[in-house]
Design a protein around this ligand. Structure first.
Ligand SMILES: [Zn+2]
Length: 225
């Protein structure tokens, strides 16, 4: 392993150092909490060294551990939410009932309150919740932004009407086949279910198909694709 070096103020020299974990206490929002951070120890004198990047690393470590401890959403969660509903930070902020720049501040690193964090998490896990929020604040955002996100809400609502087992089977089919038309997908699902009954004497997924003119159709799956 190659040893990193830095300037040790105690030794007044460039020395190699070892990274170690250390517990520190910090006051955050009026509460004393313990965090595990990384520090650089001079291999020659054993004193702490300030090496490039270590402060940024410590800030990230404390932030991550604090969010975990308080069960708060992360910056990545917010980016996922924006992607999921195809919505920008300002409209998202308004839709969720926050101030216009609240989400922007969270993306820059400000830690949300538990209350706001839960709103973000609910939106992330429930398209119905997001839809409700969107309808509540419909008039406060541009119509185009509203429509764009509403399309995503409806797509996601459809996906959640299908069982996990069905989603698993569909993913498997998409993985194995280069091109799948909606009709082919329906036929495959029908055969898979049939084989499951024939070979294993049980269903593969709980969905039932309907008899349509062009063959058996799993309606919820059909609605998604
Ligand atoms: Zn030293």
């Amino acid at each position: 392993m190659q040893r990193e070096t830095g300037f040790c103020v105690e030794c007044r020299d460039v020395t190699s150092y070892t990274l170690q974990k250390k517990l520190v206490k910090k006051m955050i929002r009026g509460e004393e909490l313990t965090f595990e951070i990384t520090c650089a120890i001079c291999d020659r004198c054993g004193e702490f060294m300030s090496v490039p990047g270590i402060i940024d690393l410590n800030v990230r470590e404390v932030d991550e551990q604090y969010r975990k401890l308080k069960d708060l959403v992360t910056i990545e969660d917010i980016y996922t939410l924006m992607k999921l509903y195809n919505i920008g930070k300002a409209p998202l902020s308004i839709v969720l009932g926050f101030g216009e720049i609240t989400i922007t501040r969270y993306l820059l690193g400000q830690v949300p309150s538990k209350e706001y964090s839960d709103v973000i998490r609910n939106a992330l896990f429930s398209p119905e919740y997001m839809e409700q929020k969107m309808l509540e604040n419909k008039d406060k955002i541009a119509m185009s932004a509203f429509k764009k996100s509403m399309t995503k809400v409806n797509e996601l609502k459809n996906i959640f009407t299908v069982s996990n087992k069905m989603i698993g089977v569909i993913s498997y089919i998409f993985e194995r086949m280069d091109e799948v038309t909606p009709l082919m997908l329906q036929k495959l699902l029908y055969y898979i279910q049939g084989f499951s009954f024939a070979l294993n004497d049980r269903e593969m997924f709980i969905e039932n198909c309907e008899a349509w003119v062009h063959g058996p159709v799993y309606k919820d799956v059909y609605n998604i694709f």
